[in-house]
Write a protein that binds this ligand. Sequence first.
Ligand SMILES: [Zn+2]
Ligand SMILES: [Zn+2]
Length: 400
Amino acid sequence: MMTEDQLKQHISQRAKEILPEMIAFRRHLHQFPELSFEEYNTSSFIKEFLKKNNVSFSDRWVRTGVVAEFGNLINYGSTVALRADIDALPIEEENDIPYKSKNIGVMHACGHDVHTTCLMGALLILNSINIEWQNRMIGIFQPGEEKLPGGAQLMIAEGLLEKYNPKAIFGLHVLPQMDAGYLGLCPGQSMASSDEIYITITGKGGHGAMPHLAIDPILISSKIISGIQEIVSRNADPMIPSVLSFGKINSVGGATNIIPQEVKIEGTFRTMDETWRQKAHEKIVEYITNTAQASGGTATIDIKKGYPCLVNSDSEFAYGEEKLKNYLSDKFVQRIPPRMTSEDFAYYSQAIPALFFRLGTGNKSLNKTSPVHTSTFDIDETALETGMGAMAYLAACKML
Ligand SMILES: [Zn+2]
Ligand SMILES: [Zn+2]
């Protein structure tokens, strides 16, 4: 039997020892990034590495997803899950580094190479501990985080949670604004839901000089765009963050002297509460329909639902904060505010107790400070030691 303290000693020492090997692993992924749902070589590379280290797995989840199986695989009491996303972005890398992307126009600009490496490193570390685990761990290498409908939702739809029945799930994401060595945790509602809104306003085209014979969809659109903000300012609970932004507006036809027949508007709605999210969708449709009708026009509204809100459960937040502080010391585990960006880890968090936390990867002196989704994003690679150790320790304490 091993105590949590002995586990911690072993894990932090092993994380240090395998860092060079895992840096090489990450650099390979970084050089050969693949777009969402096309991660075939990445998937093969992950499977080869698991085989080499005698870790069993199931594969072909959403074609390229891999689920490593570890610990007590026969008489396990429960299962804990670690998750990493494996896809890259359509960005041309502009870093001048020896491990620069070799796939033109594709780059690991959101750090998913780092997440994959942290999960693989955690498996390697746990694999080196010679004890009989009570419980099972699964390592989810998930495709397609960056592209709707998202790999998480698709893996769940393929039966991931029924097959393995994990009681808790942990995932991490790089945060270049935080220095390497630190972790950031946000309790409760941590990331926003994200929905796309497509509106078509139909009026009646006509001559600009004879508006009385037309129904002007431009005027209707302007009323909707300025008025609909009252859903955020008057209907949303002031304590629940909500954002409604329109990023595109086009008339179909129209000119200085022509009132067009139609106007198309596109926007995004984000919030931090699932109940309010559903209610807001109804309010948005109602407001647009009524405003168009009041001026004699009609509206069709299509709301494409994106990822849901990401909620860190009370139980796993408390567990994670305590264990990570124990692993790294209080100083290196900080509380951070919620973000209005979204992430498909949210689907797991809607289904089972979950904790999604941030891995500091920034370093001002190394000039590693570019935000994610930029062509100059890169990390201080010492963050890998922190990330894989943290993942390993969170899982190990659940498997004792
Ligand atoms: Zn991203
Ligand atoms: Zn990401």
